[in-house]
Design a protein around this ligand. Sequence first.
Ligand code: 5AD
Ligand code: SF4
Length: 459
Amino acid sequence: MAKKLFIKTHGCQMNVYDSARMADVLAPLGYAKTETPDDADMVIINTCHIREKAAEKVFSELGHWRIRKHAAQARGGDVTIAVAGCVAQAEGAELINRAPFVDLVVGSQAYHQLPELLARAERARVKGTGGRGILATDFPVDSKFDHLPDEISTAPGPVGYLAIQEGCDKFCTFCVVPYTRGAEYSRPAQAVIAEADRLVATGVTEIALLGQNVNAWHGEGLDGGAWSLGRLLRVLNDRFAKTHPQLRWRYTTSHPREMDDDLIAAHGEVAGLMPFLHLPIQAGSDAVLKAMNRGHRAEDYLRIVEKLRAARPDIALSGDFITGFPGESDTDFEQTLELVRAARYAAGYSFKYSARPGTPGSLLARQVPDAVSSERLYALQALLQEQSAAFNRACEGRVLDVLFDRPGKLPGQLIGRSQYLQAIYVSDPSLRIGDFLPVTITGGYANSLAGEIARREAA
Ligand code: 5AD
Ligand code: SF4
C-alpha cells in the first residue's frame, strides 16, 4: 500500500518548487502525497528562515507532530518526521538536539539524497542508537539538479514553478539567503527546456521561472556559450508559441544590478512574458543602500524602471522594502517614501528589519528602536496600499486575462491571477480551476479585484 506523504511548505515560491521536487524524489519509494496530516506516514516541514522567530515557529509546529508520532507508535506504527528548507540548513544541529524525535534534517542542497537518508534514519531506529535524527546539511560538490528525477509525480495545476537558478552571491548585509542557499548556480538551458517540456505536458498555462537571483541566470546555452535570462526567455517563448499560444511566463526574484538591457527589451518583445516584475529595492536612501551592500543607488533603480516602462508601457511593478535598517534616519526613510512615489508600484511588500544571526547587519551599531521601525513600516504600508488601490481601481471596466488557480471562500467563487499578477475574485457556477478567461473588472481594491466573465462576442 502506498505510504502517505504530507508536506507543509512555508516561505517563498522556491520552497513550493522544492516541496514538489521532494515529492518527486520520494515517489519511487512508494510515497504518495496527502493533503490530510492525520493519515501521514511521513511529514516534511519545509521551512523559511528569512525573518523573525523562524526556528520558534518550527519547534511549535514540531510539537504537534511529536504528538502524532507518539500516537502512531502506540498503535505499533510510526510517522517519519523530516525538517527541510532554510531553518534546517541554518539551525539543523540545534533542531536535532532540541527535538530528538525528528528523524531527519535535510538542507536545501541535499534533498535529492532523501531515499538514502531515509534508509539511514530507518537503520538508526532499528539499532536504537540513542534516538538522534540524521543531519544532512552539507553543500554537495555537484548540484542536486543533476540528481533529481525527471518525472513529475503530481501535476502542479495551472501554474508550474521551474527553478532555473539558485543561491546568492550578493550578500546584502541583512539577508540569510547566501548562507542558507549557498553560492549562485545557474542550470543549463537544456535542463531548463526539458523541465519546461515536462511542465507543459502536465497542462500548465503559466510557468514561473525561479531563482533567488533569477536575473543573474547565466546558464550554459544550447550552443555551449553562456546565455542571459533575456535569451532564455526568448527561446522558451518561441519553443511553445505555436503549440501553446496561451502559455504565460514570469520570473522571480530579480536584483536591480542584473537587470540588463536585453532582459528589459524582452519585456517589449516576448509575447508570452507577462507585464509584471517583482524588483525589490529595500530602501530609497543611498546611504542605507550602501550599508545594505546592495551595489546600486536609488537613481539607478529609477532609471531601470524608466527603461522598463519605455519597453513595456503597461508593466506593473512590485517591490520589497525594509524599514529600520541599522543607521536609518528619518531623512533616509523619507527617501524611501520618495522612491516609492517616483516608482509607482502595483504591489509592495514591506518588512520591519529583523537582525538575523550570522549576517553582517546584526553586528552593526545604531540599531533602530523597534517603535521607530514600526512607525515607519505603517507609513510605508499606507503609501503602498494607496498605490496598489489606485492601480487596481484604474483596471475597473477593463477586460483582463485571468488564469483561475484557487478556490475562493464563497461557494462558486474562484480566484485567479491577471497578467499583472493581481488576485481576481469571480463567482460563477461554470468556472473551473485551470480556466483561462477574459474577465471584466467590476471593482478594484487595495489587495484584490472583483470581476465577471466577459461576455464573448456572438459568433
Ligand atoms: N529583515 C527584514 N526583512 C528581510 N528580508 C530579507 N531579510 C530580511 C531581514 N533580515 C525581506 C527583503 C527581501 C524579502 C524576501 O524579505 O525585503 O526582499
Ligand atoms: Fe538576500 Fe540580497 Fe541575495 Fe536577495 S540579493 S537573496 S536580499 S542577499
